[in-house]
Each structure stands twice: as C-alpha cells, then as structure tokens.
Design a protein around this ligand. Structure first.
Ligand code: SF4
Length: 994
C-alpha cells in the first residue's frame, strides 16, 4: 500500500465512523444521507473493495431513493428505537452493557470520559448524552483517524503509531466490549431494514477494523523524522465532541461527596451521599456520622441504596413528546420544549375560556415529595390565572385525617416517636414501619423501647416484617374487622372495670347516658352500644371471634394486658383505615385510648392520626385559589364523568354546594395516581381514553409509567440527583434536609419549575408566578430564610446547603393533648364541646347511622366479610406497602425485584383448596378485572385472605389481563362513607391456578 492509498483508507474510516456516529446520535434525514453520498471521495471508496463499505454505500443509495412516506417510517423507527416514543428504547451507552448494574453515568462512563481526556477531547454539554453513547464513541474513533491522517501527511511515524494504538485500545477496551450485544438488540427490535442492516454492517466493519489496525501497526512507509504534532491543532469539528482547553486537560477529577436526600413519598427523608467524579455517580452512601446528641443516624433504607439503579436508568424519559396515538396507547412523537410550552399555555387558555377555570385540575402526585414540586407550583400558577378545582384528603390517610378531628378536634394527636421509649406496651395496629417508613427513626426507637422492657404486639392480617422483627406477639385478624376487635376489647375492659373512669368522666362526651349532650337520643351512647342495650348484641370476645377470626381467649388477654399495662401506646398504620369502614377503625382506636386514660401522657398514645407539632415546616406559598371548590381526592374520576352533578351533600364537595364544571384538563406532574395508584384501573382507563371527557392531560415524569402513557403532552423530569430542593420527613420534623445537585439533568429533562415559568410567561403571569426567582435554588433560599425566622437555631442558608442536613437540637417530646390533660379548665379540646367527643353531634346530625354512626362502632364493610358477593368471590384481598417500592416508585428497579419478588401471599389452606403450589402463576379476579401473579404460600397471612403489595406497574396483555399484577386492577372505586376516602384494602376476589 502506498501513502496515497493509505490516506484514502483513513479518509474512508473517518467517513464510515462519522456515518455510524450520526446514524446513532441524530434522527436520520434525506439531507444527512445526501451529504454522505456527496462526499468528495466517495468514488474512491467504492474502489476499495471492502464488502462492508460496498454494502453501506448501496444502503445509502437505496435510502436516497426513498419517498417521503418511507422517510417518515425511518424517522419513526429512530424515535421509537432510541428516543423512547413507544416506551421502549435500546440502550446506547457502554455503561449499561458493562458490569452488572446496567445504569448510566457509572465508573464505566468515567473510564470512557478519561480515555477521551487522554487525547484532549471532551463531550459538548449541549449534546445532553453521557459520553459513552455509542454514537459519541464512533465520533471519537473518527477523530482519532483524523489525527492519524495528519501524522501520515506529516510523515510522523511515532504519532501515526500512537493513533493506531489508541484506536486499537479504544476498540478493544470499549466499543468491542458491548457492540455485539447492542447490535443483537437492534436487530431484534428494529422493524425497518435500514437499522437491521446497520446492525450487521457496524459489527462487521468494526471486526475488520481490528485486523486492519493490526496491519497498520506494522506499517513501514514513513521516514523516521519525528515531526512534533500537537493534537489540538486540528480545527475540524466532530459531532458531539470538542477539544478540551489546556486548563480542562490539567484539571484533576476529584471525587466529590455531595449530600442530597430521598424525596419519595415515604415518611422518611434520608441522607443520601452521592460520590461524584467527572459528573458520574460512582457510588452512594448514607449517613456516616456517629450517633450524637442531635439524634441517631438518618440512614437510607434498601430503596435508597438502590437509587442509582432506579434513577440512572437507561429507560428514563428523554425528550418532550406529544401524543400521536390513541390516548393511553403510549405512542408519542418527540417535540421541542418550545412546542410543549406553547401547547400547554394554549390549552390552559382554551379550557379556561370554554369551560371556566373550575374545569382545570391538578392531580394528586407525590413523586417529588419535596418543598418545591410540580403540583404545588402548578397550583400557584393556576391560582394566578383564575383558579382551579382543588382537592382535599390524600390516598394515604383520608380516613385517619378526616375522622380523628371528630374525636379530638385536630389531627395533631401523636406523640413524638422518641416517646415510645417511655411505653410499657406498644401496639402496632396495622403498622409496618420495618417496611413502610413513616419516620426513618421509628425502628431505632422501637428497638430502644424494647431494650427498656416494652412489649410489642402487632395486629395485622399479615405476619409482617415488623411482626417478625420487633414483636412479642402477632394477632392476625381479618381485614375490615379491626373495630370489632377493638369494641370487644372495650367490652372486656368495661365489664371487668379496668377503665379509667376518672379520665372518662372528666374529659369525654358520650360515654354513657349520663354524659350525653342535650338534644340527642341519649340511648346512642357508647356504653349502651358495647353492652348491646339496643341491638341486643353485647360486643363480647365471642361475638368478635366470629367476625375477626381472632380467638376469644386471645382477645380477653389482649384487652386485659392493654388496660393494665401503663402507659400503653396504640400506634396505627394507615392500612386499616384504607378499608371501606376505615373511619370506624380510627374512632374505635381512639376510644380504647380514652377508656384507659392513655391520652396526653408520656409513653401513651391518643391513637388516631399521629401528626405532631414540633417545628415550622418550610413551605412554598401556593396562593389562594379564587375558586373555592374542593373534591375528595379519591373522586377525581367522578368529577370527570359527572362533576356538575357532584354536591356537598352526596359527594363531600367542599367550598361550594355544587361543582360548576366537569374536569376538562389535568396537570399530573410526577404522579402515578392517574392510572396506577387509583382504584379500579379498567374503569379509569375507560374514562381517560375518551378525549371528549377530559380534553387535555399534561404529565411530567421520569419514566413511561402507566399514567404517563395517558398524557397528551409528556415531559421528561429530573431525578433527586439532578436538581436542588428542600425536604422534611412526614410528621416529625426533627430535621430538615437540602438536596444538593449531584449531576446535570439527564438528556433533555427539566425540573417542572423551569418550564412552568415559561408557560407563565406565555400567559402573561411570569412576574407574579416567579416573584423574581429565576431558579429553584433562589426559591429554596427564600423559603428557608422564611422558615428560619421561626426556627432561629437553623444555620445560615450557605452553611445548611453545605451540610445538607440540619438536625434540630433535641427538644422535649411532643405529647398530644398534654395541656388539656394537665390543665383542662384552661385548655379545652378543640372540638365543638371542648371535650373528647366519643359521641359526635356533628356525625349524629348527618342522620346516616347505618354508615356513619355518631359513636365508634363496628360497621359491616362493603366488600368485607359479610358482603353477599363473597359467594362468588370468597377471598378478601389486601395490599401492603412493600420495602421494595415507595408507592409505585422503584417497581422498575431489578435489584428490588431480587429483594422482594412481586408475589401474592396466600395461606397454605387456601392454596391447597385451589391446588396452588409455591411460585405457580395464578389469576386473581373479580368483577373489575383480572391480574396474573405468582403465588407465595405462607402461614404469614391469615386464612381466607390474600395480599398483593401495592405499586406494581399495571401492564395489560391483549385480553386486558394485567400481567404485572397491580392490585388496583381489582380494587373498588366506591369511596368510604364519611371521609370519601379510598378503601383499597376492601376487596373480594377469587383465585385460580392457570
Ligand atoms: S425511600 Fe424513603 S426511607 Fe428509603 S431511603 Fe428514600 S427517603 Fe429514606
């Protein structure tokens, strides 16, 4: 080979690598193909007689001849394969194929970055791709060839060989290590011959390149005079790459440890430390500071340890998109941010004009559970734009929050978690803090309480991880029967005179006929109910055994133990109140606390809602909504179907008597309640599919979730690593955290504020919306400084962000109602009567005693143990919050599937009756749908009950069967009677082997 031939060969390499780079980095177009075919040396390339090149040129000529329709198909194919417009995308990044983690921006990405740097090359930030994108790697190969060409021209054999060596190294250590896997997936997934062909060509070409480079290594055509070539002399541009400056080359990449925090909607906000090098997250750690006077460590749970796997997934949504298929089909087209913003702004205007501001709804969404979040920011925007339909309640705690104030006048009925160490008996009633994090320190204080001698009893249909890990006793009862068990405990306590009569007489209203308010039926008192004076049914343990399935002897013992062990704390989870009679579970539990005088004392518990008032919460001002109407969160689908028929009397509408409009527009930002987390998924799908009902839906998310598929405009968000924020734990507030930004946003992702600001500008509200805050950081600072006014011990903002967390100085535990108990005369309860209202006149006046009694009382639940539907669907089904997910977040994290495979729990006797063995695939069905799921046979669940952990991502096959096993395919959308809450644990089903 002479020098001229060699030069031509290198030109060819540059041309081919550039083609591969462009094909994988950019949407293909006729212009791109024309450019490649117009290349001045193309005729020479054809003479090279290299099979791969001949084929490639042939392919390009074929593409050139394509008509527009065919080009549209190729472009759709590109979008679908690489941009995720159909929910799937082929990973293009080396890190995803290497190692076992399959994530982006890890140490493999770092190695590629460092290799580029060795040659003075970096990745242009605007390309918004990790540097180990295969297209960038090909671009890098083209650049090395350009350098090699230069050394050939200058007869510099040393440099020439250096570049040959560099190419061999890069091919061997990087491209070749994952190219065949990439090509195999591309071949399988592509439907167009162009990409299938590319998958063969690229692989064959690289293979022959290895041989060719080995030959070049031995080449001897140059004079040996070494000309000093500077790599950075090359002015030519390479797609996605640039020449680093001398300073950038010299800059040493240091490992930075960046403190951020979990911001899922679990009760915890844990310390997450990202170890970042060169913009890549190499590992995560959590709180590593020793336990101190400021409190125990705030350590991440198993989900937190897996954040890299969840959030740095190659499946992230990458670009703004608009729906082009039927709604819900999940077929989108990539659009620009400008088009997305314009469309949202014009729909906000149009819908306001056509249906009024009341038709606009911001859906319950908690994927970003931080102070600054999309739903709150949207509320602020729409409040400025004339208003929106609001909501009250939430999916977690509708009944507990709504009902506790009927008894105590407030939801702040909890004692600080650390007060558990003062309890002698702790009853975790439907509470599973080992998996469901209410407060990340709960496990720590339970352990301390145990060490101090407390006994722990867990009441739950499942022998939960908490029961296994902490309890001295498990009481397994049937779902929906909690208040029957509590009422029977009350019977034992009262019949054996174990109650604290002094407490009852002093603080409570409605205990017996002598403590009833005026103007009501005095026979409606609690004592009368317990002893069956009206209905002839004393609520004995024998009575309760038939309902709850709990042995009567156990009930007697449990009641006596609770009444005689002082102080005792009933701490409730949210599961039992997420039943169709959930309100009664709360009322009956507060009743037990009152009977035993455990209210307002250290080590006790008032039961009910466990919120406490300890610290000022940092808050974004969402501004007053000019439209005062609110619906119960759980009834938003009804408000789409029959909003104008919904009233305060029948549907719990607040603020107005009647709604003015149906919902016509939904803003759903970082939320999966649109489909996945709302009851009766098949019903919701039917409602949302019809675009004449709700006309416009905008979603932003990290993934193509079941909800995101229903967007008309779908936007890529940013994860916890990609922006700043402030977080606080659910109810305790003993610390406050700052999310420092660890890395740049992935792809074209944007935090909601950044585009809402642009929407605000379009509708002429930017100034009022932003109040001059251009960035989230500016908002965070302002909000923090406001909080600091009431919490002067907080450090200055800069110090706070540097630390990442501030643990408040220890204060005395919050003990709910301490003031009332210690000085009742001066501190009445915040109820209408000033007393604890065992009897509620407000409920009495609702005049619906069968569903909403005025005293705590067991009510047969719909889809409960006595529902006639049990003849067809004999099993009760409950969900639970598993340690592997936070609601629906992390379901797509394989590591979590290893930790806890998604399976249905079934008791051996129920399994045997259906011939079901461990790991058998079964169908669970009822009149709302069918799911398929593997069975886990265990005595850890009571007979007659199955459990399916909530949060799995709904995925239906052609027959409409949910093959991922989302419990909400089977849950009921009828609300609870009083709170209009979600009864998602009251479900009757049948199970069969398939
Ligand atoms: S999921 Fe919740 S408890 Fe777990 S690490 Fe994240 S914030 Fe903490």
């Amino acid at each position: 080979m002479n020098k001229e031939e060699l030069e031509s060969q290198i030109q060819l390499k540059i041309w081919v690598y550039n083609f591969f780079a462009v094909s994988l980095l950019k949407m293909p177009s006729k212009e791109i193909i024309d450019n490649f075919l117009d290349y001045k040396k193309i005729q020479q390339f054809e003479k090279v007689q290299l099979k791969e090149v001949e084929l490639l040129i042939k392919q390009l000529r074929k593409l050139k001849s394509y008509k527009n329709e065919e080009w549209i198909k190729i472009q759709e194919e590109y979008s679908s394969l690489f941009e995720g417009t159909r929910g799937f995308n082929i990973p293009l990044w080396e890190s995803v194929y290497k190692g076992s983690e399959n994530i982006l921006l890890d140490e493999n990405t770092l190695k590629v970055q460092q290799y580029y740097k060795k040659w003075g090359i970096g990745v242009i930030r605007d390309i918004k791709q990790p540097c180990d994108h295969i297209g960038l790697e090909f671009s890098f190969m083209a650049w090395l060839n350009k350098f090699m060409l230069k050394s050939l021209i200058r007869d510099n054999i040393n440099d020439f060989k250096k570049y040959v060596k560099g190419q061999l190294e890069f091919l061997n250590n990087h491209i070749v290590t994952f190219l065949s896997s990439f090509c195999e997936i591309l071949r399988k997934k592509s439907t167009h011959e162009f990409y299938k062909e590319i998958s063969y060509l690229v692989l064959d070409y690289v293979n022959q390149e290895m041989d060719s480079l080995l030959k070049l290594k031995e080449i001897k055509i140059f004079n040996d005079n070494d000309v000093n070539i500077q790599l950075h002399e090359d002015d030519e541009k390479q797609i996605g790459l640039y020449k680093l400056s001398e300073d950038e080359i010299k800059q040493e990449e240091k490992m930075e440890v960046i403190s951020t925090s979990g911001r899922n909607n679990c009760g915890g906000r844990c310390i997450i430390k990202a170890h970042v090098k060169g913009g890549n997250i190499i590992k995560l750690t959590t709180d590593t500071e020793e336990e101190s006077a400021a409190g125990p460590q705030i350590r991440a749970c198993v989900r937190g340890r897996g954040y890299r796997k969840t959030f740095l997934s190659p499946d992230r949504l990458k670009y703004p998109m608009k729906r082009v298929g039927e709604r819900g089909e999940g077929i989108f087209k990539r659009i620009s941010w400008q088009e997305a913003v314009d469309t949202i702004a014009s729909e906000i205007r149009r819908i306001k004009k056509e249906y009024g501001p009341e038709s606009r709804y911001i859906n319950y969404s908690t994927g970003v559970s931080a102070v600054l979040r999309g739903d709150r920011l949207s509320r602020r925007l729409l409040a400025l734009d004339g208003g929106y339909l609001g909501y009250y309640n939430d999916y977690s705690s509708a009944c507990i929050k709504y009902t506790t104030p009927y008894t105590y006048g407030t939801i702040y009925a909890g004692n600080s978690t650390k007060d558990l160490v003062n309890s002698k008996l702790i009853i975790l009633w439907g509470h599973n803090p080992a998996e469901t994090i209410f407060d990340p320190l709960m496990g720590y204080y339970l352990k301390k309480a145990k060490e101090a001698g407390a006994k722990i009893i867990v009441v739950d249909p499942r022998y939960s991880d908490t029961a296994a890990g902490f309890s001295d006793q498990w009481i397994g009862l049937k779902p929906t029967t909690d208040s029957a068990l509590m009422d029977a405990m009350a019977y034992v306590i009262l019949s054996e005179n174990l109650q604290n009569q002094e407490f009852i007489d002093k603080y409570c209203l409605g205990f017996d006929k002598d403590h009833m308010p005026e103007g009501v039926d005095k026979g409606e008192n609690y004592y009368s109910y317990v002893f069956g004076e009206r209905d002839g049914i004393p609520k004995t343990p024998e009575w309760a055994e038939k309902i709850t399935g709990v042995n009567q002897k156990t009930i007697y013992k449990f009641a006596r133990e609770y009444a005689t062990t002082k102080p005792s704390a009933i701490v409730q989870g949210y599961g039992p109140q997420r039943n169709s009679n959930g309100e009664q579970t709360i009322r009956s539990s507060t009743m037990l606390a009152c009977l035993t005088g455990n209210v307002g004392i250290k080590g006790g518990s008032a039961a009910g809602a466990t919120y406490i008032k300890q610290h000022e919460e940092p808050k974004l001002d969402v501004l007053d909504n000019p439209y005062k109407a609110k619906i119960p969160t759980f009834l938003w689908t009804d408000a789409i179907l029959r909003g104008t028929e919904m009233t305060s009397k029948n549907d719990g509408v607040q603020g107005v008597d009647k709604l003015k409009s149906n919902i016509k527009m939904i803003i759903n930002l970082a939320g999966n309640t649109l489909i996945n987390q709302h009851s009766d998924i098949n019903r919701t799908i039917e409602i949302l599919k019809d675009t004449s009902k709700c006309e416009f839906i905008v979603c932003s998310d990290l993934f193509m979730t079941p909800s995101a598929k229903f967007a008309d405009i779908l936007l890529p968000g940013t994860s916890v690593f990609e922006g700043v924020n402030i977080t606080t734990p659910w109810s305790q507030g003993d610390y406050i955290m700052y999310n420092n930004q660890a890395i740049e946003p992935l792809f074209d992702g944007r935090f909601e504020y950044d585009w809402l600001k642009e929407v605000a500008e379009k509708i002429g509200l930017k100034e009022k919306f932003t109040e001059g805050h251009e960035t989230v950081e500016e908002w965070a600072k302002g909000i923090y400084e406001e909080t600091r006014k009431n919490e002067p011990e907080l450090p200055p903002f800069d110090e706070f962000t540097k630390r990442g967390v501030y643990k408040y100085k220890p204060r005395d535990s919050y003990i709910a109602f301490k003031e009332q108990i210690e000085d009742f005369d001066n501190n009445p309860f915040p109820t209408p009567s000033g007393k604890i209202e065992i009897f509620s006149k407000r409920l009495y006046d609702l005049n619906n005693p069968k569903e909403i009694p005025s005293i705590p009382k067991y009510i047969d639940a719909f889809e409960g143990i006595n529902d006639p539907k049990r003849e067809i669907f004999p099993l009760q089904m409950i969900g639970w919050h598993t340690k592997r997910r936070c609601h629906s977040i992390h379901d797509n994290n394989d590591w979590m599937e290893e930790i806890e495979p998604h399976k249905m729990w079934i008791n051996p006797s129920d399994a045997e009756a259906r011939n079901i063995k461990e790991d058998d695939l079964v169908e669970v069905w009822n009149d709302r749908g069918i799911i398929q799921i593997k069975a886990h046979i265990t005595r850890r669940i009571v007979k007659g009950v199955i459990a399916v952990a909530q949060g799995a991502w709904y995925r239906a096959n052609k027959e409409g069967i949910d093959i991922r096993g989302n419990i909400n395919t089977l849950t009921i959308s009828k609300p609870t009677p009083l709170a209009k809450g979600n009864p998602q644990h009251s479900n009757l089903v049948q199970v069969r082997l398939i």
